[in-house]
Write a protein that binds this ligand. Structure first.
Ligand SMILES: Cc1ncc(COP(=O)(O)O)c(C=O)c1O
Length: 360
C-alpha cells in the first residue's frame, strides 16, 4: 500500500467532532445565537446608543458590584489595545510575562497603538511575579528609561494556570505603590472564576485590578470583548481611543446582546465549568497513556502535554491542534463549552493509538 494510503495507526478511531486546537474553534452557544436573533428585531441607534448596550453595562455593573465603565470592542486584541492605550503615554512601559498574548500574539498592536514599550519578563508558569518586576521599578523617574506604568497579567495565563486572589492582590499593591495600574487580560476570565469558584467582585474588584479585558468569545460568544474599567477615572478618553482604534462597532447591540445572554443565570460560568471539567477528564485519560507526560494538572481548560515527537504530525493530521514548543514536543490541547465527554474520550483514544503505532 502506498504510504499516503496507509492508515496513521491501525486502531485509530474517527476524529472527535470537537476541535482541541483552541477554545474559540467552537461555534456559538445556543443562547447567544437566540440573543443575536432577538436583537435583530427592528432598528436601533448605532454606536452603543441602544437598549442592549445599556442592559449589558447594567449587567456588568451588577456583576462587579461597582459603577464600572464598560467599553465594548470587536475582540480581545482590540480590547487589550483600547484598555492599554487609555492609560499609557508613549514614554511609558507595560511589564508582563514573555508569554503574554499582548507580547506574542497581537502582531505588536499594543506597542503600535500605545507607542509604549512592552517589557516582557521571564516566568515559570505563565504568572507575573513581583520578583520579576522588581528590577524595573528603579526605571521610574529616570529620564533614560521607559516609565513603568502598567503591570499586565492574563487570567487564565497563557500556560493554563490561574492566579490566586492573593497573587493578584500582591501585584495590584505593588503597582499602586508605584503609581502604576494593574491590567488584566481576561480572555478566559470565566474559566478562571469557574476554577476558583469565585466571582468578579472578589477576584477582580476587591483585589485591586484597575482595568481588564472582559472576554466571552472563548466561552460561547460569537465575537466582541469589552474593556471594563474598574477605576472609571481611567476611562476618561476611552471612547475616543476605541473609535480611533477602529474598535467601536456601529451595530453595537449585537455585542451587548451576547454579554447579557451569557451573564444571565451565570451561563458563562456554567460553560466555563464544563470546559474546565473536560480538560480535567482529558488530562486524566491521556496521563494513563505510556509516552504522554501531562506538564501539570490542568487548572482551567488547557492541557499541556509532552508526547513522542514522531506522534505530533500524525496526530495533527487526524485531529488538528497547535504545538506549543516543537523543540520538546510539548503540545497544547484546549477544551471549550461545546466539548463533550465523547469528544474527550475519542481524542484520548486517538492519542493512544497514534503513540502506540509510532512506538511499535
Ligand atoms: C490570553 C488571550 N488574550 C487575548 C486574546 C485575543 O483575542 P482575539 O483573537 O479576539 O483578538 C486571546 C485569544 O486567543 C488570548 O488567548
Amino acid at each position: 500500500m502506498p504510504a499516503a494510503d496507509r492508515p496513521i495507526a491501525p486502531d485509530l478511531p474517527p476524529p472527535p467532532a470537537a476541535s482541541f486546537a483552541s477554545d474559540n474553534a467552537a461555534g456559538v452557544a445556543p443562547e447567544v445565537m437566540d440573543a443575536l436573533v432577538a436583537a435583530n428585531a427592528g432598528p436601533a441607534l448605532a454606536y452603543g446608543e441602544d437598549r442592549w448596550t445599556a442592559a449589558a453595562v447594567a449587567d456588568l455593573r451588577e456583576a462587579f458590584g461597582a459603577p464600572v465603565e464598560v467599553v465594548p470592542c470587536w475582540g480581545g486584541t482590540g480590547a487589550n489595545v483600547v484598555g492599554l492605550a487609555s492609560v499609557l503615554q508613549p514614554w511609558e512601559a507595560v511589564i508582563c510575562t514573555d508569554s503574554a498574548h499582548i507580547v506574542t500574539d497581537e502582531a505588536g498592536a499594543p506597542a503600535r497603538f500605545t507607542g509604549a514599550t512592552l517589557v516582557p519578563v521571564p516566568h515559570d508558569d505563565g504568572k507575573l511575579r513581583p520578583a520579576a518586576v522588581a528590577p524595573y521599578m528603579h526605571w521610574r523617574g529616570e529620564v533614560h528609561h521607559p516609565q513603568p506604568r502598567v503591570l499586565s497579567i492574563s487570567q487564565v495565563t497563557e500556560l493554563g494556570t490561574v492566579y490566586t486572589d492573593d497573587e493578584v492582590a500582591e501585584l495590584a499593591d505593588l503597582a499602586h505603590a508605584h503609581d502604576m495600574v494593574l491590567h488584566l487580560d481576561g480572555a478566559r476570565i470565566a474559566n478562571a472564576l469557574a476554577a476558583s469558584g469565585s466571582d468578579l467582585r472578589r477576584s477582580i474588584r476587591d483585589v485591586g485590578v484597575d482595568l481588564m479585558t472582559f472576554g466571552l468569545t472563548k466561552d460561547g460568544a460569537m465575537y466582541g470583548d469589552a474593556v471594563v474599567y474598574v477605576q472609571p477615572a481611567l476611562a476618561a478618553h476611552a471612547h475616543l481611543v476605541r473609535k480611533q482604534a477602529g474598535q467601536l462597532p456601529s451595530k453595537a447591540r449585537f455585542v451587548a446582546a451576547q454579554i447579557s445572554a451569557l451573564l444571565a443565570e451565570d451561563r458563562w460560568l456554567v460553560h466555563a465549568r464544563h470546559a474546565n471539567a473536560m480538560a480535567a477528564r482529558l488530562a486524566t485519560a491521556v496521563s494513563a497513556i505510556e509516552g504522554v507526560t501531562v506538564r501539570r494538572p490542568p487548572e482551567a481548560n488547557a492541557v499541556f502535554a509532552r508526547i513522542p515527537a514522531a506522534a505530533v504530525t500524525p496526530l495533527q493530521e487526524w485531529s488538528f491542534f497547535w504545538p506549543w514548543d516543537p523543540a520538546t514536543s510539548l503540545v497544547r490541547w484546549m477544551t471549550g463549552f461545546a466539548t463533550t465527554e465523547a469528544d474527550v474520550d475519542r481524542f484520548a483514544a486517538g492519542v493512544a493509538a497514534v503513540i502506540a503505532a509510532v512506538r511499535a
